[in-house]
Ligand binder design. Structure first.
Ligand SMILES: [Zn+2]
Length: 449
């Protein structure tokens, strides 16, 4: 077998150019037909009245010279439940052969986007027609999100991939300490991560094809009084970049912004201002020298079991008598679970790692991850070249707080769990369980302690 190995040797010795990646991009409009309920604020009282900005899902496929592949799917949505991600991933596997670890779904967490059933279902008491529309939209997403992934794979062509980071400051810690506990407000002294990671995908000749940019901040510039479909600051930033670079897929990657809000917030003008500022920073990074990434593409995926703090049936029997309709609904869900003999004690928690050679690693965590996780992971995995830590990946079942945030209490660890239909705070062991899982998937893609 001397001849074939010689032939292979020649191929390996002569990379076509640059890192030898192939890349493909695709996009699909996922704006719902109105009437349709928006999600993210329990205070809304009617469906959306109009569309101010259309929303999209976008795909980026990468392949190394050995044929190892990865597809990123980003979407202007509040959160994509595991039921939808897993069904879409299964369809992607049937069509392309890609395994679950090779496909990543990330949601921008826009609060002016459609209900993604059954995310945050406790927030809603939809009439039959609205409920049917919500369920049909969720079914449609399985097809749309898998189509955008398979189309990106079908378009693989030689590409250069590079990485650099910028920084912008409008994200502010929102856990404000008051005499009445922690409230959602503004806490400039709290932990934050203002990094803007930028992944550039260009043709061999250097023409920009796609840019993936991240930020750790809620897409909540627009408030509960907004009844217009909109991608918030992330939508504005993507639109600004796509206007400046026609034909390019600008993809927003939501990072660990679970406890971060844009500041200031409340108007379309501010969403535009934040979006434009973010796009300007991404453009500045694109114009600087960036590190060209090298193969191989490696991926790993695990589903962890994360404990909730212990609870009893009595707690929910009492809560069912509450005057708060959301508490009543959560209590009923928990009582039903108890009565089925399956009280909700654990959370299935997907953790994924993607590595593009020695100079880029993405740790993808599920849920509304507070910024502490990104800061801790960057400290603990310091040897990792350019570690990016994303939240809101592959499932958004609830907030994911650290032991510190759970101890402090407030919206993210405690009261948000009502709207997510979860029994209460995560156990204070949750942080360690997740960090152990992160270490495992990072080791699988090549991290060494
Ligand atoms: Zn949130």
């Amino acid at each position: 077998m001397k001849k074939p190995s010689l032939f292979l040797g020649v191929l390996l010795a002569c990379p076509v150019f640059g890192g030898g990646f192939q890349a493909g991009v695709a996009r699909v409009d996922i704006t719902p037909n109105l009437p349709f309920w928006l999600t993210g604020y329990a205070s809304r009282s009617q469906p959306a009245t109009n569309v101010v900005q259309r929303i999209a899902a976008k795909g980026l496929a990468l392949e190394d010279p050995t044929g190892s592949r990865f597809v990123l799917v980003t979407a202007d949505l509040i959160g994509i439940p595991a039921t939808i991600c897993d069904a879409a991933a299964e369809r992607v596997e049937r069509i392309t052969g890609l395994k679950r670890s090779q496909v990543l779904f990330n949601a921008s967490h826009t609060h002016a986007g459609p209900v993604v059933w059954s995310n945050l279902q406790v927030m809603f008491d939809l009439n039959a027609a609205d409920q049917a529309r919500a369920e049909a939209y969720a079914r449609g997403l399985v097809t749309q999100l898998s189509d955008v992934a398979t189309q990106a794979v079908a378009r693989l062509a030689p590409a250069r991939v590079s990485f650099a980071e910028g920084e912008i400051g409008f994200a502010t810690n929102r856990r404000q300490f008051t005499g009445n506990g922690v409230r959602i407000g503004v806490n400039p002294a709290g932990p934050m991560d203002h990094t803007v990671p930028v992944l550039k995908v260009a043709s061999p000749e250097g023409g920009l094809q796609a840019v993936v940019f991240g930020y750790a901040c809620h897409n909540t510039t627009l408030g509960g009084d907004c009844y217009s479909v909109h991608g918030d600051y992330a939508g504005q930033a993507q639109a600004a970049l796509e206007t400046a670079h026609p034909g390019v897929n600008a993809m927003f990657l939501m990072l660990c912004g679970g406890d971060q809000n844009p500041h200031p917030r409340g108007t379309f003008a501010l969403a535009e201002e934040h979006g434009r500022a973010l796009a300007t920073e991404v453009d500045r990074v694109l114009d600087q020298p960036m590190r060209e990434l090298q193969p191989p593409v490696r991926t790993a995926f695990e589903t962890l079991s994360v404990d909730f703090a212990p609870h009893t049936r009595e707690t929910f029997a009492e809560e069912a008598q509450s005057n708060d309709v959301f508490r009543q609904r959560r209590a009923r869900m928990m009582l039903d679970a108890y009565d089925r003999g399956e009280p909700v004690q654990q959370l299935d928690y997907p953790v994924q790692a993607v590595r593009l050679g020695p100079d880029f690693t993405l740790l993808a965590l599920a849920g509304e991850v507070v910024v502490d996780y990104a800061l801790r992971a960057k400290r603990e995995f310091r040897g990792e070249g350019n570690l990016v830590v994303a939240g809101y990946c592959n499932d958004v079942a609830c907030y994911i707080s650290t032991a510190r945030v759970i101890r402090e209490g407030g919206y993210e660890p405690v009261s948000s769990m009502i709207y997510y239909g979860k029994p209460g705070p995560l156990a204070d062991t949750a942080e360690e369980t997740i960090m152990v899982g992160a270490r495992k998937v990072l080791a699988e893609v090549g991290w060494t302690p």
